[in-house]
Design a protein. Structure first.
Ligand SMILES: [Zn+2]
Length: 226
């Protein structure tokens, strides 16, 4: 496997043991040393939060269920299947959008029956609209605020490549080819290492984006107290 891809795969797998969320202040922090096993509660973590300075329980971030998805991304990269890496990276993003929306709903003390119904009866695009309505920001604005200016542009590129594959069954991307000085044409080029690299980097950046956006929306907001 390409050395760069290998390096990025390792960085991706490392994420799962790096971030955690404080039960008290809701800040998601990248610091593996905070994940101290709680001797009284096997399988749980507890430590002094670097944000609120309280000794609290900590939850793994991103959710543990994503570990399996990360592993399949790495396996697909090892098998030299950039299209699978790309499709799965896009899936990670959608799972995290779900988690973000659920957080926004939950932290406003919404009845869980209503929250569950919103989650199961809305598609990805509607979820983005609800996130925009609650936060007052588009996905692009949220990404910018978290310091990831290019995240949504890359998301769009990944989506275009994925859709081309889903609709035509061919893992290619359009590439502009210069013929002579003034003329160029567009040809279809097979996906390669650079596409796998882009998708893995996107996932790493997306997790950082979500960590910051989760932190930004970590407080519980009571409807009658502003
Ligand atoms: Zn805290």
């Amino acid at each position: 496997m390409n050395e760069k891809i290998k390096e990025r795969c390792e960085a991706l797998l490392a994420l799962i043991n790096d971030y955690s969320e404080c039960w008290s202040c809701g800040q998601v922090i990248r610091d593996a040393s905070l994940l101290v096993p709680d001797t009284l509660n096997p399988g749980k973590y507890r430590s002094v939060c670097t944000a609120c300075k309280k000794e609290t329980m900590r939850t793994l971030f991103p959710p543990r269920e994503l570990k399996h998805l990360f592993e399949i991304i790495v396996e697909s990269a090892e098998m030299n299947r950039p299209i699978l890496v790309l499709v799965l990276s896009r899936t990670v993003f959608e799972v995290m959008i779900d988690a973000l929306l659920y957080r926004l709903i939950e932290r406003r003390y919404t009845d869980s029956e209503i929250g569950d119904s919103v989650m199961s009866n809305t598609n990805y695009h509607t979820k983005l609209k609800i996130i925009r309505d609650i936060t007052g920001k588009t996905l692009k604005d949220l990404a910018k605020k978290a310091g990831h200016d290019k995240l949504t542009a890359t998301l769009e590129e990944l989506t275009n490549k994925r859709n081309a594959f889903l609709h035509e069954g061919i893992a290619t991307k359009p590439e502009k080819v210069d013929l002579v000085s003034k003329f160029s044409t567009v040809r279809q080029k097979p996906l390669g290492d650079e596409d796998a690299l882009q998708a893995i980097k996107f996932t790493i950046d997306a997790i950082d984006f979500f960590a910051k956006t989760f932190s930004e929306n970590g407080n519980w907001i009571h409807p009658f107290e502003e």
